[in-house]
Design a protein around this ligand. Structure first.
Ligand code: KG4
Ligand code: ZN
Length: 342
């Protein structure tokens, strides 16, 4: 089965074609980062308008890239949520309408299920069951995954998502959006002994997270070294970025270890934009070694939003006979444990 995947939940337009036999055939990504840069975050209306401009030309591009014609496509999967409602409507309207015109099934895919399954696109995919750490701009969740669609949420953030905390701290340090990669780069120059930031909610049992206190702690530290409106010196900024990144990563690692112990599972999957973080990958690899467990993640471009993960997740569900009726789906909020197992 050949599936056209469409991702438009936030500020990336992603289009890909996945073949259940041959694997990923083509994938195109357009990032709107430049569109939103001057606003310091994603402006929903501008995101929708840009998806409208980019989506059809990108679909026209991936078909020949995959050596396909429209009649070779057996189904269309688009992100139906969670995400920005206007942005979701663009992908949903285009995907649902094309499938209607082409006489093939369409399916609305859960964005976080897409992230969660993205490591399946790699040469050595993880096997079920596993624990997944989903860390994106909107979500921080630990999930016990028995199979596709069979999810049990073990813990989640009570306030900011990990990626959101990276983005907000980046803004405090006058770094561009998205903040995660920028903080990581700045932290490379930092001295990790200078500041010790709190590891939130690690001293009590459970698998929930909270990053808003850490964000405030970081803001207060920056304020201590500010001169009026003038930011701290370069080395202090790097030391703060380093301390912040260490605190987030250590917190995530501790909870992953706890989740693996609790579930007695030996496989951890990390997915979503923050799973591209090199320090997180390194610290998890060594922490899991001690537990005789293994960590899996997608290549960098499939950690952040992309069409390939939607094509893959949609293909698995379409193969199992799932498909939607003619209405266009857009669910800005959509708890992942409401999904049906395959
Ligand atoms: O999964 P994603 O592309 O979009 C959402 O579904 O939210 O994740 C984007 C988030 C942003 O908050 C971004 O700052 C963060 O992932 N991110 C990173 C890194 N790369 C992206 N955070 C930390 N380190 C990175 N290398
Ligand atoms: Zn995402």
């Amino acid at each position: 089965m050949r599936v056209l995947g469409i991702e438009t939940s936030c500020d990336e337009t992603g289009v890909a074609i996945y073949d259940s036999e041959a694997g990923l055939l083509a994938d195109a990504l357009y990032s709107q980062v430049a569109v939103h840069a001057e606003y310091g975050g994603v402006v929903p209306e501008l995101a929708s308008r840009d998806h409208v401009r980019k989506l059809l030309p990108m679909i026209r591009q991936v078909l020949p890239d995959a050596d396909c014609k429209q009649e070779d496509i057996d189904g269309i999967a688009y992100t139906a949520g969670p995400g920005l409602v206007g942005a979701l409507m663009v992908g949903g309207a285009v995907g649902r309408s094309l499938a209607y015109a082409w006489g093939i099934p369409a399916l609305g895919v859960h964005h976080m299920e897409g992230h969660l399954l993205a490591p399946m696109l790699e040469d050595q995919p993880p096997g079920f069951p596993f624990v997944a750490l989903l860390v994106s701009g909107g979500h921080t969740q630990l999930v016990s995954v028995a199979g596709i669609g069979d999810y049990q949420i073990l813990g989640e953030s009570l306030d900011d998502a990990a990626g959101e905390a990276f983005d907000k701290v980046a803004k405090m340090l006058d770094l561009d959006y998205p903040g995660g990669p920028r903080i990581a780069r700045l932290a490379e120059q930092g001295d990790d002994r200078r500041f010790k930031f709190p590891r939130p909610m690690t001293d009590r049992p459970g698998l929930d997270f909270s990053f808003s206190g850490l964000k405030t702690f970081t803001m207060n530290t920056i304020a201590t070294y500010k001169g009026g409106d003038v930011l701290p010196d370069d080395q202090t900024m790097a030391d703060i970025a380093c301390a912040f990144q260490n605190a987030v990563v250590d917190t995530l690692v501790l909870k992953c270890r706890r989740a693996l112990k609790q579930t007695e599972l030996k496989v951890l999957v990390i997915a979503g934009g923050v799973s591209a973080n090199v320090l997180l990958r390194e610290k998890l690899t060594s922490a899991l070694n001690e537990l005789d467990a293994q960590v899996f993640y997608a290549r960098n471009e499939f950690c952040t939003d992309n069409g390939a993960m939607i094509a893959y997740a949609g293909c698995q569900r379409l193969l199992a006979g799932h498909s939607d009726d003619l209405s266009i789906r857009a669910q800005p909020r959509w708890p992942m444990d409401e999904l049906s197992p395959l």
